[in-house]
Design a protein around this ligand. Sequence first.
Ligand code: NAI
Length: 302
Amino acid sequence: MRIVVTGKSGQVVTALIERGPAAGAEILPIGRPELDLADPENAFELLAALAPDVIVSAAAYTAVDKAESEAELAYAVNARGPEGIAAAAARLNVPVIHISTDYVFDGSKTSPWLEDDKVAPLGVYGASKLAGEAAVLASGARAVILRTAWVYAPFGANFARTMLRLAENRDEVGVVADQIGAPTSALDIADAILKVARNLADHKDDPKLEGIFHLGASGPDASWADFAEAVFSGLAERGGKRVHVKRIGTVDYPTPAQRPHYSRLSTEKLARVHAVTLPDWRDALSVILDRLVGPASMRRDD
Ligand SMILES: NC(=O)C1=CN([C@@H]2O[C@H](COP(=O)(O)OP(=O)(O)OC[C@H]3O[C@@H](n4cnc5c(N)ncnc54)[C@H](O)[C@@H]3O)[C@@H](O)[C@H]2O)C=CC1
């Protein structure tokens, strides 16, 4: 199975490159300079030359706060980019898996968001990603939208790595405790994408496999403060220092873009239709900390 994925250096792209071979997939990343999503005119020629079985649209403008002052660029990359990719996929008759976000919701629920819940993005990033979803769904390509959230990995820019960096010279870190979600490993996201890609490639005439699906880790709800505490206790278990989390409110940490208070996504539909369930986020974090800090077992006496 040949999978072309947009982007070259992102968390999900990098995870796909790492996980693809074990799933029997050849991963072909395309990104800048040859493909600029802000100007995807050449997408068809590029994709046609690579002859993929499935296209994964993973690259995006992901700077949530900066998007508030760069709306034009955010829309170009997150809406017109995927539109160009999906139009090419339709012409090539190749299915497309497009990665989207919990930020299409306003966070006002208190139970996990369902795929057909009312969308109401709070900021430019979420609105531009929502426009991307709409463009992909309207393209005529066989399309799966995978909305995920709170992505982190052993590489790239993410919350877990930021916490570990702060631990180097801080004994206490203030982290918001009133935004709830599920930290989701890009490695697990890559495994899920590969399974969905396989389902699409193997069952060409099954429209039930298409549409919007939510993808997130299993396990208990977590706040960013809970996630930080789990990172720091994992660090301590691996012989690192103890860092205290000061639980603060969103009001104490103002940002240009407003974030949803409750971001947990219901993953029941993905489990039912594609037979994909992600591991508990605490187990996934342990896998990533083993790589970033060193295996906990190495520090034990046994
Ligand atoms: N990071 C997160 O917490 C979340 C991410 N997502 C979505 O998941 C997907 C993957 O996210 P990450 O891997 O975390 O993103 P990332 O920020 O790690 O990587 C983004 C990738 O997009 C590429 N890119 C940016 N502008 C481009 C352009 N104009 N042309 C071509 N490539 C361009 C970058 O070079 C990079 O490879 C994105 O669609 C994002 O919207 C959804 C929910 C949460």
